[in-house]
Structures are given as structure tokens and as C-alpha cells.
Design a protein around this ligand. Structure first.
Ligand code: GUN
Length: 292
């Protein structure tokens, strides 16, 4: 292996330590505890694991975390009703509706209901718009957690990425689009590739920073990667190796680690960073609530 291993567990632990101190300051100054509510609809096993980790880590840094578990049979109106209730509750500072929602529920319509100041996923139109116009940061809204975590990992190996070619594979609202906006703000030249991109391998080969978020196990091969590139693997795919289930990313780790300059692993790369930034966004949302 030639590539430097980008240690997401370590970076996330550093961030959580800083957050614990900031949460303690917030509690001392304001006299109450920032509170995140996570809404989980249905019984998708992967979502259950993610939500359990989110709740546990929120509590570990000293904030409150409440979980609403709802059956997949819930109606759109009932789910929207819950979001409206949480919007109106001044003791709730962050709202996260775990995605994907079960079939039959319209996630865009649910997200549109979340108050932008409590939107810890940065998914509402106002927060996404603020990010694309460059008006984000303190007092300007909340940004999606996984792109923020990925940028932090990139900065951990290269603080100044101005002028570099970045390729993001994937164009979701939750990741690809906000990631592209963050990289643009860092003065990268950004390409967003997706399932209809022709000659994806050629597009990827020009990247100084290559970020894969497609949900296809080990799609990105060594010969797609420029020598010395920073490669961030956002994929989490469950594959069977014989009888055993194993988690792999969207990047062929073994092959790509011979070519890349730095590479984030799965697990232990982007995953822990997503949760760390969710905690940071929850504290940020509690601060935004102070202005109302
Ligand atoms: N499902 C997978 N990742 C995420 C995330 O960051 N936020 C939400 N709400 N759902 C997800």
C-alpha cells in the first residue's frame, strides 16, 4: 500500500472532543441542553444501526437525543404532522428524518416541512440554496453532514486544495450536490459524474480529488485513479464473502491504495465523520434558535 490512510475515526474523535467542550459552554451559558430528534420510519436494518449510533454519540457529547420510531404504515399527513409539532417545540433544536423513507412516503414533501433552522441535514431548499449562493456558515444555515465530513478528511491531508480538479461521482441532494458546492467554495474545478456519465473511468482519471458516492461495491478501480490523487470513499455496501457479510465501499481499496496518494477506508473513513458533523450541526442549530 502506497496511499496514506485517512483515519476518519481519529478525525471524528478529535471533533467530538472539541464539541463536548463547546456543548458544556453552551449549557453553562444558556442553562439548557441542545436537543436532536431523530425520526425513523419503518424497520430498515441499516437505518436502525445508523440511528442508534447517531443517538448514542449525541448523548456522549452531552446533548439530548430523542428518537421517534414510526411504523412504515404511517400516512404522509401523520408524518408531516409530527414534523410540524417538532418545528413548534422550542425544546427541540435539530430534526433529522432518516432517509430513505419507506415506499409510499414522499421524502421531498416531508423535508420541505422541516424548519430550516432545525434542518441538521441541510436538505431544505433554503439551506441548499444558501450553500449554492455561498451564504453559509455561522448564522447562514446548515450544511449536509457527509459532505462536511468528507471535506474535513480532504483538508486533513491537504489544507489548500485551491485550483485542483475534483470529481464527485453521485448527484444526490444529500451528498453529491452539496459536496460539489463545498469544493467550488474551496476553488476546485468540479465535475459531478453520475450514472449517465459516458466514459466514467476517463473522467475520474483527471481528478486530483476523487469522491465516490454511488452505492456500487468497489466500482472505482486502480486504473481510474490518477497517481497521487486523494480518494474519498463514501459508499457503504454490504457484500457476502462466502457465508460472511462484509462492508465495502465504492472504491476497490486494495487496488486503489497502490495508486492513490491518500485514501479513506470503509468502514472507518467518512462514516464516523458524518455523525460528528451531525453533532456539530445540532449545536449550531441550538445557537441559531437563540436568535429567534
Ligand atoms: N441516510 C443515509 N445518510 C443519511 C443522512 O446523512 N441523513 C439522513 N437524514 N438520512 C440518511
Amino acid at each position: 500500500m502506497n496511499a496514506k490512510l485517512i483515519d476518519g475515526k481519529l478525525e471524528a474523535a478529535k471533533l467530538r472532543n472539541e464539541l463536548s467542550l463547546q456543548v458544556a459552554d453552551f449549557k453553562r451559558e444558556q442553562g439548557y441542553v441542545p436537543t436532536l430528534v431523530v425520526v425513523l420510519v419503518g424497520d430498515d436494518p441499516a437505518s436502525q444501526v445508523y440511528v442508534r449510533n447517531k443517538v448514542k454519540q449525541t448523548q456522549e457529547v452531552g446533548m439530548n437525543s430523542l428518537e421517534h420510531r414510526l411504523p412504515a404504515s404511517i400516512s404522509q399527513a401523520e408524518l408531516v404532522g409530527l414534523v410540524r409539532k417538532l418545528n413548534a417545540d422550542k425544546n427541540v433544536h435539530g430534526i433529522l428524518v432518516q432517509l430513505p423513507l419507506p415506499k409510499g412516503l414522499d421524502s421531498d414533501a416531508v423535508i420541505r416541512e422541516i424548519s430550516p433552522d432545525k434542518d441538521v441535514d441541510g436538505l431544505t431548499e433554503l439551506n441548499a440554496g444558501r450553500l449554492s449562493t455561498g451564504a453559509f456558515g455561522a448564522d447562514h444555515g446548515l450544511v449536509a453532514c457527509t459532505p462536511l465530513g468528507s471535506l474535513k478528511l480532504i483538508h486533513s491531508v491537504k489544507p489548500d486544495i485551491s485550483g485542483l480538479e475534483a470529481v464527485v461521482i453521485g448527484r444526490s441532494n444529500l451528498f453529491g450536490k452539496p459536496m460539489a458546492q463545498l469544493l467550488l467554495q474551496q476553488n476546485c474545478t468540479v465535475t459531478v459524474a453520475h450514472s449517465r456519465t459516458s466514459n466514467l473511468a476517463n473522467v475520474c482519471r483527471r481528478a486530483d480529488i476523487l469522491i465516490a458516492a454511488v452505492g456500487r461495491a468497489e466500482l472505482v478501480k486502480a486504473d481510474w485513479v490518477k497517481s497521487g490523487a486523494i480518494v474519498i470513499d463514501v459508499g457503504i455496501n454490504r457484500v457476502m464473502i462466502g457465508e460472511k457479510a462484509k462492508l465495502v465501499g465504492d472504491v476497490d481499496f486494495k487496488g486503489v491504495s497502490e495508486v492513490a496518494g491518500a485514501l479513506s477506508p470503509v468502514p472507518g473513513g467518512v462514516g464516523p465523520m458524518t455523525i460528528a458533523f451531525l453533532l456539530r450541526n445540532t449545536l449550531e442549530a441550538a445557537r441559531l434558535g437563540l436568535n429567534q
